[in-house]
Every structure is written in C-alpha cells, then in structure tokens.
Design a protein around this ligand. Structure first.
Ligand code: DC
Length: 228
C-alpha cells in the first residue's frame, strides 16, 4: 500500500453497522474516523435541551450560532467522541429521545449547511473515514472510495435493539423497529440531501457477512483504490 491517503465515504441506512466498519478501517489505516451522525445527534440534543422550535428559522439560526462541536479522540473507546460546547455528550446522543427527533432536525437546511461545512473542513487533508447519509453524494463527492451499506431490516432492528438494551433495558423491540422505519423513511425522502447511493459507490450488503468478512472485503477495496 502506498502512502497516498484517500477519503473513504460510508453511507447507508440506520443501524447497518456503518460506524463499526468505519472505526475498524480507520484504526487499520491510521486514518481519522468521523461519525457524522453524532453531529446531527448533538445538535438535536442542544435543540431539545433549549426548546428550539423546528418550524422557526430565527430560533434555529440563533441556536446554531451558539453551538460548537468538536471531536476528541478517546483512547479507551478508540473513537473520536463528540463534544457539544466543550461537554462530552457521547453518552446522551444515543438516547431514544434524541433518536426520535434527529431525522427531523437533520432534514433542516440550515442544520445541514452548518454540519456539512465542518465535515468538509475535517476532510481537507484526506486520510479520513466518514460515515453518514450524504457523505459520498454531498460532503465528499470526490471521495476515492464510496461504500453504500445495507442490511436486511429485521437484522438491523435486532442489532439496534441489542445495542440499546445494554444501556436502556426498558426499550422494546417494537419501539426500535418503529424508530428505524421512521428514520429510514425521513432520511430517504427529505428534500435536502436525501439518503441515496452515489453512482460510483460500491454496495455492501452485510446481512449475512461476519464482521471479519466485511472488513476483509473493504480492505481489498481500499487496496485497489490506493494502489492505482
Ligand atoms: O448515523 P446515525 O443513525 O447516528 O444518524 C443519526 C441521524 O442523523 C439519522 O437519522 C440521519 C441523520 N444523518 C444525516 O442526515 N446525514 C448524515 N451525514 C449523518 C446522519
């Protein structure tokens, strides 16, 4: 593999394991991993905490002008964790309360402009793996490697339920299923940068792949792109 650092964009539906894969690949390559969904979640947390009205442009603009986001690498988790105005909010942003609102917040034009500008800045030096919904289409349309992840909906619900249950034992399968279906629908049908596969993205359906198989497949793609 040469020293040529590339940009890797990973998009796909909720709970396909995008972040897990992105983190693995970034660790292997010594790249920076950015979970762009964490930014929309942190903005949503701020909106919820401050009662920001989603139908009021002034209220949104004002809130965004008071939000500072940054990622800080945590050696224990091996992940860059999101900070909202200097507070590490990683443990709050996965709550169902945030999950219930985040797609609505992420559909707001001003919110996307705010987040995308920061994401593009982070990717300027390449050597980055970013996952989200519009990374290959809008944030990094020139990314050398674009992956579109998908998995059977029932498998995604099960994975998400198991993940949430560990910290929120009161959650039910039905709640998780409803939330995932709703988010997929809003993310795919919104006016601003809807989730769609970039024309030059490679599809990765991991319904019946182990993490190792998936990792090997993507490393092969990375090698192909960096050895050009
Ligand atoms: O990846 P995630 O589930 O943490 O993302 C949370 C929400 O943020 C998701 O419902 C859609 C939105 N999102 C987005 O619109 N664009 C991105 N690049 C990343 C996430």
């Amino acid at each position: 593999m040469t020293n040529n650092k590339i940009t890797i964009a990973i998009d796909g539906f909720s709970s396909c394991g995008k972040s897990t894969l992105a983190k693995q690949i970034a660790a292997k390559l010594g790249y920076n991993f950015i979970d762009s969904g964490a930014m929309y979640r942190a903005i949503t947390l701020y909106f919820l905490r401050n009662g920001v009205k989603l139908n009021n442009k002034e209220s949104i603009d004002n809130a965004l002008s008071n939000i500072q986001l940054h990622f800080q690498f945590n050696e224990n988790t091996g992940k860059s964790e999101i900070h909202l105005n200097e507070e590490n909010v990683e443990k709050y942003i996965r709550d169902l309360l945030v999950a219930e609102k985040v797609s609505e917040v992420a559909a707001i034009k001003e919110v996307r402009t705010f987040a995308v500008a920061q994401q593009q800045e982070m990717g300027k030096k390449k050597g980055i793996v970013m996952d989200g919904r519009d990374i290959g289409t809008v944030v990094f349309p020139d990314a050398e490697l674009k992956i579109f992840m998908t998995a059977d909906p029932a498998i995604r619900v099960k994975r998400r339920f198991e993940e949430l249950y560990a910290t929120h034992p009161s959650v039910t399968i039905d709640e998780v299923k409803h939330n995932l279906e709703l988010r997929d629908y809003i993310d795919s049908n919104r006016e601003e940068s809807p989730l769609r596969k970039a024309d030059d993205a490679l599809t990765l359906d991991n319904s019946s792949l182990t993490r190792e198989e998936q990792f090997d497949m993507v490393l092969k793609w990375v090698n192909e792109k960096t050895n050009l």
